[in-house]
Design a protein around this ligand. Structure first.
Ligand SMILES: CC(C)(COP(=O)(O)OP(=O)(O)OC[C@H]1O[C@@H](n2cnc3c(N)ncnc32)[C@H](O)[C@@H]1OP(=O)(O)O)[C@@H](O)C(=O)NCCC(=O)NCCS
Length: 428
């Protein structure tokens, strides 16, 4: 996607405030949150809803009641029912995948206007029955008489009633993200102090960004059930008052090591969406895009290796496709699953050995100063509703490019399964 082809414009981006799971949005599921943000985005943009050609939406833990959440979003927002919609899942890079899938459609000329984004509710994750109890329910449903139905339950034991809660663990390795990141921190020599320092920066910057009004046009208000008595206006996980001393007191949470609740992203609810269209369409409608997609890439490594190093592989691939070097990028947003993951990604990008041995390149991809990335804070402070983070970051980079006049921006997200996503954006 070069400047000379039909570029894909990001016209506007919006998200709900991100909140700690089981707090303000405990009565809303991912679909409810997705509907809210998409409806508000369309309304704020002023575009004719009939002109939307496609909606692509991502979520990581889908509800069994809304397998194609994208289509349910269309049907539940009063958008024309003729808009086709499909859902994507690429773990924490799900809304990145939604955005790049929609971009491909626009780039090929199959769509002119699309909405892409993602949503997650960790307050309402579907809790499954055990295999034995599910089998019993199915058997009971097939019985015709009441006696037969009751009879199906005679073999149920108390242990069969223990719920099966989805874990944030890799199916291949059996390790949680946090445990995998502990291994990375150890192997890369990322100290607890460096992690806490980075986490502190995330909180202070996010708090400052809110104070300076930098999120005002990126975040909507949500009036949430059951009481509908108060609007949620801000992200509720940002700790303006945290300090290095407080962070240093927190105990490691993943078996051993250096990762704490303070230097990890927390379990979060929220949704996001962006309005995308061809550059030509934006011009025709007299709209002023906040950015353009220049290139993107996905990459993956063996999850038994360093699970969250996907961005170190995806970023150079995307830069090559954009015909740019890391040094050309003025605004960098890296999703913060954990501080140790960001610092590990940065370490590998700056390593000549990594470039020689793993990327077959003569020189390191480039140096990234941790203090120069995530200018308005990141997922550690703002939160990480898995499916929603990518669209949050794409919107944040576009606004930061507008604010600073920088021409190029980079978005990267690490994802389960050893995957990584990188999107290169340009301002004009
Ligand atoms: C890390 C994790 C286990 C922590 O969960 P939690 O224990 O519910 O976290 P909390 O927010 O309750 O924080 C625990 C404690 O640390 C404190 N704390 C957290 N962040 C802090 C900060 N920045 N400064 C000071 N104190 C902090 C809290 O106040 C709380 O203290 P308390 O026990 O006295 O109330 C959870 O957030 C998690 O699993 N995160 C990783 C999610 C993941 O893997 N995502 C995928 C990655 S892509």
């Amino acid at each position: 996607m070069s400047k000379h082809s039909n570029r894909v414009a990001i016209v506007q981006g919006l998200r709900t405030p991100f909140v700690k799971a089981a707090t303000a949005y405990r009565s809303l599921d991912a679909l409810d949150l997705g509907r809210l943000v998409v409806a508000e985005l369309v309304q704020r943009s002023g575009i004719d809803p009939r002109s939307i050609d496609q909606l692509v939406y991502g979520t990581v833990i889908p509800s069994p009641k809304a397998a194609n959440i994208a289509r349910e979003v269309v049907l539940g927002t009063g958008l024309p029912r003729t808009i086709p919609a499909h859902s994507v899942s690429q773990a924490c890079a799900s809304s990145n995948q939604a955005i790049t899938s929609a971009a491909d459609q626009i780039w090929r000329g199959y769509a002119e206007i699309a909405i892409a984004g993602g949503s997650e509710s960790l307050s309402t994750v579907p809790i499954l029955f055990s295999r034995e109890f599910s089998d019993t329910l199915v058997k009971a449903s097939k019985q015709k008489s009441l006696g037969g139905k009751l009879g199906a339950f005679t073999r149920v034991r108390p242990k069969h009633l223990v719920p099966d809660v989805p874990a944030i663990a890799e199916s291949a390795t059996g390790l949680t993200m946090g445990q995998s990141c502990e291994i990375m921190a150890k192997q890369n020599g990322i100290t607890r102090e460096a992690q806490d320092r980075f986490a502190l920066q995330s909180h202070l910057r996010a708090a400052r960004a809110w104070k300076e009004g930098r999120f005002d046009n990126q975040v909507m208000r949500v009036v949430a059930p059951p009481m509908y008595d108060e609007a949620v206006k801000y992200d509720n996980m940002i700790r303006e008052d945290t300090t290095l001393e407080k962070l240093a007191e927190l105990r490691p949470v993943f078996s051993y090591g250096t990762i704490t609740a303070g230097n990890s992203s927390g379990l979060t609810d929220g949704a996001s969406a962006v309005l995308m269209m061809s550059e030509k369409k934006a011009n025709d409608l007299g709209l002023d895009p906040i950015g353009f997609i220049r290139a993107y890439a996905y990459a993956a490594l063996d999850p038994f290796e360093q699970l969250l190093q996907g961005p170190a592989f995806a970023i150079p691939k995307a830069l090559d496709r954009a015909h740019l070097k890391l040094a050309d990028i003025g605004v960098v947003e890296m999703h913060e699953a954990f501080a140790a993951q960001v610092l590990s990604n940065i370490q590998w990008l700056g390593s000549k050995t990594f470039a020689n041995e793993r990327l077959d390149r003569a020189d390191a991809v480039g140096e990234l100063d941790p203090e120069k990335i995530n200018p308005t804070g990141g997922s550690i402070a703002i939160g990480h509703p898995f499916g929603a983070t990518g669209a949050r970051i794409v919107t944040a980079v576009c606004h930061e490019m507008q604010r600073t006049g920088e021409q190029y921006g980079l978005v990267s997200v690490c994802a389960a399964g050893g995957q990584g996503s990188a999107i290169i954006l340009e301002r004009e």
